[in-house]
Design a binder for this molecule. Structure first.
Ligand code: MG
Length: 260
């Protein structure tokens, strides 16, 4: 069932969205060679709680942390650990905060030092995929228009579009209907209407889109070991067009470069 939000509810939702973006920026500022993903997670959880909010991910389906930290060939759902980030890594951080009863959800792939030219290009195109998907989030379009825009751009560059993990409706809980795949056909799927709030989150691989889950039951990695990127915003569909909920005073986007 799709929950339609009133304009007033969307305004309230922005509190959680703005904080979620601030959380993601806080995480990104910690990204640098020598730091562990566990250290980032600990700071993020403190940051969220200091702001009177609750980590959106911790405990969700049993996930043990406040961020998903997915490094290089890890696509999504990486568990923070004592892994030390190295110069040249890329790290996708997916995090969000629940505040005022609303759940913000956003993700960004940060550079650790200087990534390979191939990984850098992958990240830039994946962010463009997110922007292309958001442009389609207008009343009267269909879910398939979002996926089509993302998939077309990614595949034009020869990249793999992850099939098994998708965007989603978001509201009082992290995952609501409808699913928002990063692939699709124009005009297909649920018709978009004002008041829907969805997380649009392209997950794009440098090589094959085929993947598997590690023995920890969470971390999803590419089968060919090549890197993947992941960018996400929570977006409200309104009669005036898409409104990005996960933005703060600095806007909806982070820097690619961590450690600033
Ligand atoms: Mg999400």
């Amino acid at each position: 069932m799709i929950h339609i939000k009133t304009p007033q509810e969307i305004e309230e939702f922005k509190v959680a969205g703005s904080l979620s973006k601030a959380v993601l920026r806080r995480a990104g500022r910690m990204v640098r060679p020598g730091v562990t993903t566990y250290e980032i997670d600990q700071i993020v959880e403190s940051f969220i709680r200091l702001h009177g909010a609750v980590p959106g991910f911790k405990g969700l389906y049993g996930f043990p942390a406040s961020i998903c930290a997915s490094v290089n060939e890890e696509i999504v759902h990486g568990i923070p650990s004592n892994r030390v980030l190295q110069d040249g890594d890329i790290i996708s951080i997916d995090t969000g905060a629940t505040k005022g009863g609303w759940v913000g959800d956003n993700a960004w792939t940060f550079f650790v030092g200087t990534p390979s030219p191939e990984a850098k290009a992958l990240c830039e195109v994946t962010l463009d995929c997110l922007k292309a998907g958001i442009e389609q989030a207008v009343p009267g379009n269909h879910i398939g228009d979002i996926g089509y825009a993302v998939q077309t751009l990614a595949e034009k560059h020869g990249y793999g579009v992850i099939r098994e993990y998708v965007g989603h409706g978001v509201g009082h809980v992290m995952h609501e209907d409808p699913n928002v795949p990063n692939f699709g056909k124009r005009g297909r799927g649920v018709k978009l209407q004002a008041g829907m709030v969805i997380a649009i989150e392209p997950m794009i691989a440098l090589g094959t889109y085929k993947n598997h889950t590690l023995g920890n039951g969470w971390t999803v990695v590419t089968n060919d070991g090549k890197p993947a990127a992941h960018y996400e915003n929570t977006v409200a569909i309104t009669k005036d067009g898409p409104v990005i909920i996960t933005q703060d005073a600095e806007g909806p986007w982070c820097s690619f470069q961590g450690g600033e």
